[in-house]
Design a protein around this ligand. Structure first.
Ligand code: NAD
Length: 354
């Protein structure tokens, strides 16, 4: 198993492996880039089929967090943690041991909720380390960043629709949502309130039922990506866009919350050939990390609503750069994120005209 030559390694600053004898915890923390500040990114728990699969995932995700955090305008770097194991088997000892692991890095990595973890898991981690966010459980804020993520996707979709279809509103459009989980359900509600006709799929019957109650039409998960729609909004798993699925899509725009939607970066070229605009996921789904950062660092005085709304402007800059330079929106987004990392969050307009 290679680490330095792994194609996702990309000069990670630290990749730390940890096994706790007492609790059985097996976890990896990857810190990709801390030039903008301490690395922040979620902690995922998943029963990976091999150590290699876990390493690939943590490297890819932490690199993505560097780009996401920079594009969100946050003074934090990119990092991620993965726990190898079934979330259903996690105990208080698992989370305690994870807290000790995070603490051992003395604040270079700040952890948060991700798939397979929860607000209550973060609260147990917080008993061992202050370097954790998403633990608040006030009436106003339940710690869960998903509503903020959905709001960001909503703003991103409005901007992408403006660019792709030349209209300034979502009303009257048809949006297909894949996955009515935490983000998908909130997005469904926002879209229906905006006059969008929403349909979608979720193999989890309870989640599908909640979306139906909000007014969405439910379709077969296997059929969803083949149906005509103005916007396809992936809000479930990653890597769902590949040569096979792209060939079947009947839409002009993909804009959703799921991380790492492209199975490989070159899939975006296939989308382009089919005149399907792809709104890069890490530019679209940063509402959650904006929220998580403001919970972690109230003294940073982040105006969460304003910063989430700013996702539209960032995406506009991404599409402009892609257009002007004949590159994909994905590579334009990476380019802008790297410029921000190298230049300390200077807005790209001045960087690009320099
Ligand atoms: P979630 O686990 O709450 O919801 C995912 C939903 O997708 C579940 O209801 C699941 O049943 C459904 N699903 C699984 N396979 C499916 C399929 N084949 N077709 C349709 N639905 C399917 O997760 P979430 O928190 O809503 O996050 C959704 C995506 O957005 C994930 O990729 C996540 O990494 C990403 N994301 C989430 C946040 C956040 O704030 N929660 C932030 C950034 C990115």
């Amino acid at each position: 198993m290679s680490v330095f030559s792994n194609r996702n390694f990309d000069q990670h600053e630290n990749v730390v492996f940890h096994e706790c004898r007492a609790s059985g915890l097996k976890a990896i923390i990857a810190i990709h880039d801390s030039r903008l500040g301490p690395a922040m990114g979620g902690c995922r728990m998943f029963p990976y089929s091999s150590d290699e699969a876990a390493i690939n995932d943590v490297l890819r995700l932490s690199q993505g967090m560097t780009y996401k955090n920079a594009l969100a305008g946050l003074a934090i770097g990119g990092g991620k943690a993965v726990i190898i194991g079934n979330p259903r088997e996690a105990t208080a000892a698992t989370w305690g041991a994870m807290g000790d692991f995070v603490q051992s890095l003395s604040g270079r990595y700040i952890t948060a909720e991700d798939s397979g973890t929860s607000v209550s898991a973060m609260q147990l981690i917080a008993q061992r380390t202050p370097y954790v966010t998403g633990v608040s459980s006030t009436q106003a804020h339940q710690g869960d960043p998903s509503p903020s993520t959905a709001k960001g996707v909503y703003f991103a979709m409005k901007e992408s629709v403006r660019v792709r279809y030349g209209q300034n509103h979502l009303s009257g459009l048809t949006v297909g949502i894949q996955g009515f989980g935490n983000v998908g359900r909130h997005l469904c509600k926002l879209l229906i309130e905006a006059g969008v006709s929403v349909f979608g799929a979720d193999p989890n019957q309870d989640n599908a039922d909640s979306a139906r109650a909000l007014g969405a039409k439910i379709v077969d998960p296997g059929l969803l990506m083949t149906l005509p729609m103005d916007v396809f909004a992936p809000c479930a798993m990653g890597a769902i866009l590949n040569s096979d699925t792209v060939a079947k899509l009947q839409t002009g725009l993909v804009c959703g919350a799921a991380n790492n939607q492209l199975a490989t970066p070159d899939v975006e070229l296939e989308l382009m050939k089919r005149e399907i605009l792809y709104a890069p996921d890490f530019a679209v789904n940063s509402g959650g990390i904006i929220d998580a950062f403001s919970q972690y660092s109230p003294t940073a005085n982040i105006n969460v609503e304003q910063q989430i709304a700013e996702i539209s402007n960032t995406l506009a800059a991404v599409f402009d750069y892609a257009n002007a330079n004949g590159v994909t929106a994905g590579s334009a987004a990476v380019k802008l994120a790297k410029l921000r990392v190298e230049n300390g969050l200077t807005p790209e307009k001045s960087l690009l005209s320099a």
